[in-house]
Design a protein around this ligand. Structure first.
Ligand code: NAD
Ligand code: UD1
Length: 335
């Protein structure tokens, strides 16, 4: 198949391109707002294969139309979005425009070219404050607390309404839990701008002496050691979930499917710190700090549906995630 990957030079997109290139042709649209053009060469180094790259904004209907006219696209994986929760609170209009308006343009052009297979990047954030864990796809959504989360919830609703109006669409909504780690080659990985807001990128910067000390946000949650518990998933496992979702869409012809992509295992902040220290043989300075507003105690998935319907299951361990996350930074500094 020939797959259009929007946002394909970003963190999850680049790892997915690597997996896709094993059996597919890949066309990427990316505006480099949070990625670098050199990622294209890294993907080639890993796979020995080229992607076709269009640099531009997904809001640009003419550009999308040109891509669908020039390439015979069979399906789309849509990663293109902004993802910083804190920034979304300060820039709601930019977030809603980039995360929702762009999808509307994409859907319009897909319809025009009769391409109706779509995999969409959603997030566990759509579950808001969960009533219980593990979380199933049928559990309630809503109650998001920031424009980023709300943008994912809205796009999910738009896709449901679209399918309701025309059930020849074939859509997979993938709700990611907490992707971390990097490709084992160390050539691609996660590189947030500025001071990281998320746990693993922060730990990596403390370990590499770019930041002094990790603040552990709260040790009085009702969890095993009082720190927040999350479902961390290796980005390569996550990327493979997209291949399985595409296979499902190819087989089913039409439908709207929602899957959690997580491991089903919850690790605390201190579990992660300890695993990171052990596997990389390095000390991570940390201190206990107040809770971060908006955080929940526990969030982890029930990934049974993806296992049963997609034949997908995460296989990498927390040690793999910690090792590969650090390896990426060490390797990037060498280059
Ligand atoms: P990322 O920022 O690394 O990648 C997004 C890519 O999209 C970047 O390369 C960026 O340049 C590009 N992009 C953004 N807006 C664009 C536009 N209008 N036109 C063209 N390109 C555009 O983010 P990521 O971590 O790889 O996330 C990918 C998707 O997965 C996003 O939709 C994100 O919301 C979702 N998601 C991410 C996480 C996570 O923790 N990383 C968790 C849940 C969901
Ligand atoms: C964050 C996003 C969420 C997104 C998810 C995807 C926020 C508020 N939420 O979730 O929308 O879908 O990433 O990966 O950003 N922690 C520390 N110190 C730090 C950073 C984090 O103790 O410096 C703790 C947090 O309190 C939490 C855990 O580490 O318990 C994970 O935090 P983080 O990596 O930011 O992910 P989430 O908050 O789960």
């Amino acid at each position: 198949m020939k797959i259009l990957v929007t946002g394909g030079l970003g963190y999850i997109g680049s790892h997915t391109c690597v997996e896709l290139l094993k059996d597919n042709e890949v066309v990427v649209l990316d505006n480099l707002s949070n990625s670098k053009e050199e990622v294209k060469d890294k993907i080639k180094q890993i796979t020995g294969k080229d992607i076709k790259l269009y640099i531009g904004n997904m809001i640009d209907e003419n550009l999308l139309d040109k891509i669908f006219t020039e390439e015979k696209i069979d399906a789309v994986i849509d990663f293109a979005a902004y993802k910083a929760v804190g920034e979304s609170v300060k820039k709601p209009v930019e977030y809603y425009t980039n995360n929702i308006s762009t999808v509307l343009v994409l859907l319009k052009v897909m319809k025009k070219h009769d391409v109706k297979k779509l995999v969409f990047s959603s997030s566990a954030t759509v579950y808001g404050q969960p009533d219980h864990v593990p979380i199933k796809e049928t559990d309630k959504t809503g109650g998001t607390t920031n424009p980023y989360g709300t943008s994912k919830l809205f796009v999910e609703q738009i896709l449901k309404d679209l399918y309701q109006s025309d059930n020849s669409w074939d859509i997979a909504i993938l709700r990611y839990f907490n992707p971390i780690g990097a490709h084992e080659s160390g050539l691609i990985g996660e590189e947030p701008n500025g001071i990281p807001a998320n746990l693993m990128p922060y730990i990596v910067k403390v370990a590499s002496n770019e930041l002094e000390c990790l603040s552990v946000f709260g040790n009085d949650y009702p969890t095993k050691d009082g720190t927040g518990v999350r479902d961390y998933i290796h980005v390569v496992d996550l990327a493979k979930g997209h291949i399985k979702a595409l296979e499902k869409l190819e087989k089913e012809q039409s439908g709207l499917y929602i899957y959690n992509l997580g491991t089903g295992i919850g690790y605390s902040v201190l579990d992660i710190v300890k695993a990171f220290e052990k596997v990389n043989n390095i000390k991570v300075n940390y201190k206990i700090a107040p809770r971060r507003p908006g955080d929940i105690a526990e969030c982890y998935s029930d990934p049974t549906k993806a296992k049963e319907e997609l034949g997908w299951q995460a296989t990498k361990t927390i040690e793999d995630m910690c090792k590969d996350a650090y390896n990426y930074i060490v390797k990037s500094k060498e280059n």
